[in-house]
Ligand binder design. Structure first.
Ligand SMILES: NC(=O)c1ccc[n+]([C@@H]2O[C@H](COP(=O)([O-])OP(=O)(O)OC[C@H]3O[C@@H](n4cnc5c(N)ncnc54)[C@H](OP(=O)(O)O)[C@@H]3O)[C@@H](O)[C@H]2O)c1
Length: 250
């Protein structure tokens, strides 16, 4: 199926590894000009080489700490300067942050900054541009809101979902679509430390209908569809990619 993405432009945060890297690569292989940003220069360079070797459009890479106060502004400026215009925004950078029942204030604040505020600010930096062009597709990486232990990142992601739904309603008349993607357990550096040794297999067999964690590519496939013109009538949704993880314990 042609996704009609060839020649479009995209900004992907958290593109050095895991889900963001798979999204950046998949878009580039569809012919999208990608600005891939994160902090790890070596990983971004290897992404560039990997995409070129696979026959995709070479991504532009930007080394930038997203939590720096001027991070969103710098990313938006670099995107407009290097891509000319932005069609697609993937708000992906983030990390799981399990806390005690009363977590340290700095941890709560860091989670809200990385997992909610910076995404909101980067989006807001690009909104005048998107609204003027009357086109755009935004996907925000969310998380489950049904954990049974405190995780500050998941709380920030719940804010992302509410904000996305509000944005989608306001931006629909401008031809801009806003969706969220809620991954289940995807095999990345973010998740691996929580399931050492045989824990992953045991957990997956017990809790995941499809029997294993997902791969970053599983998320990238859905995101790529959601930002494509094929999804022109889809906005304000939370798409779940979790192998059937969510269920009642009976
Ligand atoms: N994996 C899962 O099962 C799962 C489940 C639910 C939600 N999610 C969400 O999906 C998104 C991607 O997660 P992942 O599992 O792919 O994580 P990952 O493999 O740890 O990758 C996280 C990405 O975010 C970037 N990042 C983190 N802090 C940053 C900072 N201060 N400045 C710039 N970039 C930063 C990292 O780049 P650098 O380190 O190079 O800066 C990296 O590219 C996150 O928002 C996460 O919360 C994942």
């Amino acid at each position: 199926m042609d996704l009609y993405l060839k020649g479009k432009t995209a900004v992907v945060s958290g593109a050095s590894q895991g889900i963001g890297r798979a999204i950046a690569k998949t878009l580039a292989l569809e012919g999208v000009h990608v600005l891939a940003t994160a902090r790890n220069e070596d990983l971004l360079k290897s992404l560039e080489a990997e995409v070129v070797a696979a026959g995709g459009v070479s991504p532009i890479t930007l080394i930038q700490d997203f939590v720096a106060p001027d991070g969103p502004q710098k990313i938006a400026s670099a995107a407009l300067a290097s891509l000319g215009h932005v069609d697609i925004l993937i708000n992906n950078a983030g990390r799981s942050r399990p806390l005690d029942v009363v977590g340290a204030e700095e941890e709560w604040s860091a989670a809200m900054t990385l997992d909610f505020d910076r995404h909101r600010q980067l989006t807001q930096q690009l909104l005048p541009h998107l609204m003027e062009r009357k086109t755009g597709a935004i996907v925000n990486l969310a998380s489950t809101y049904e954990l049974r232990s405190i995780n500050a990142s998941a709380v920030a992601k719940a804010a992302v979902v509410v904000w996305s739904k509000q944005l989608s309603a306001q931006l629909g008349p401008y031809g801009i679509r806003v969706n969220c993607l809620q991954p289940g357990l995807i095999d990345t550096e973010n998740i691996r430390p929580f399931f050492p040794g045989d824990e992953r297999r045991k957990f997956a067999e017990r809790e995941i209908a499809l029997g294993d964690f997902g791969a970053p590519q599983d998320v990238a496939n859905m995101v790529t569809f959601l930002v494509s013109p094929r999804a022109r009538y889809i906005t304000g949704t939370v798409a779940v990619v979790d192998g059937g993880l969510r269920h009642y314990p009976f």
